[in-house]
Design a protein around this ligand. Sequence first.
Ligand SMILES: [Mg+2]
Length: 368
Amino acid sequence: MKITSITTTLIHIPYEAGAPTKLAGQNWSRMAILLVRVDTDDGVSGWGEGFGHAIAPATKATLDTMVTAHFIGRDTSDVEALMGEMFQRLHLFGRNGPVIYALSAIDIALWDIAGKRAGKPIHALLGANGPRELTAYASLLRYGEPAAVARMAAQAASEGYRFIKLHEIEVPQVKAAREAIGPDVKLMCDTNCPWSVPQATEMAQAFKPFDLYWLEEPVWPPEDHEGLAEVRRVGVPIAAGENAAGAHDFRHMFAVGALDFAQPSMTKIGGIGQMRRIAALAQVAETKLVPHCAYFGPGFLASLHTSAVLAPEAPFERLYVKLEASPFGPWLEAAGGKVKVPDGPGLGCDPDMAIVERYRSAPDHVTK
Ligand SMILES: [Mg+2]
C-alpha cells in the first residue's frame, strides 16, 4: 500500500461561454485541468487535482520539482497522518499558493485510493448518507455588457437553474440580471476583491434593491476580514473564502463575524481533510458552508462527495460554460440545475484517457 509513482498531466479543454470573457484581464477560452495520478504497489491508483486556471503550470512544476518526491515510498493507509506530516514539512515554501494546491491534489488522490480499497464512494467514507443529487448554481463568467449578462442569466434560468451567480462589479449588470430572471430565482454576485471597505460598503448599499442571496469577495485585500465584517453590517449577506490560507484563516473570519457563507476551495485549501476541518469550524460558527468549485477535474468530483455530506443544502458551484469534451463523463453536467453525486468507489470516476490524450498541453511528468 506504498506509493510507487506520481504522474502529473496538464490538459486544456476549449469551452463555449456564450459571450466573450476574461480572467484576470486575459482572454479566457480554455479550461485548464491539472490531473495528478498516485500509483501504489498493490495496483490501486487515485486521481487528484490542484488549482488551477492560469497557475496550473506552476502548480504542476511545484509538484514535479518538489512535492511529489516526498510521497514516494510512503504508506497510504492513514491519509490524515501523512498529509499532516507533509503540510508541516513543506510549510516554509508557502502556506497559500502552489504548494498547498499541489498538496490538495495529492490529498484528493489518496482519498480516491482509500475509497477504491474500501469499495466505497468517498461520501460513504465521510460517514453519512447524503443526497445523491445536489442543487447546482450557474456561475456565470464576467461579460461586462448588461445585455450579455441579462441574456446569459435568462438562459441559465430557462435551463432550470434556481440559483445564478454573476461575476460583475457594476449596478447596471446586476439590475439587468435581476430583471431578466425575475424575483424568484436566487441571485448572487461575485466581485473578486475590487474595492476598499468604504467603496464596498457603498456598492453593497447600491446592490440592495436586487435582493442578492450573497455578495462575494467585495473587499480588497481578501485578508481584510475586519473590513469584510464592516461591509456585512450593510445587511447584504457576505460570502468569501476561496482565497483563504487554510482553516486558521476561516477561524479568524468566523471570529470577527465576516461571513454569512464560507467558501473553501477543494483544490486550493488542501483537499478533503482540510475541507472537513473548515466544515467543522463553520458548523460551530453557525455559518453556511458553500464550497468554491470553479474547475472540472477530480476536485469537482471531490467537492460533490464532500458537499453531499458536509453541505447538502448548499447550492453547488458549476461554471456556466459548455466544455468541448468531458473527461469525467456525465458527472460534470448540471442538467436541470442539478448535479449528481457519483456512487462508485473513491471519486467514482477515473478520467477518460482518450480525452486526456486529445487535450494534453504539456509533457506528463512521472516521479518514481
Ligand atoms: Mg468567487
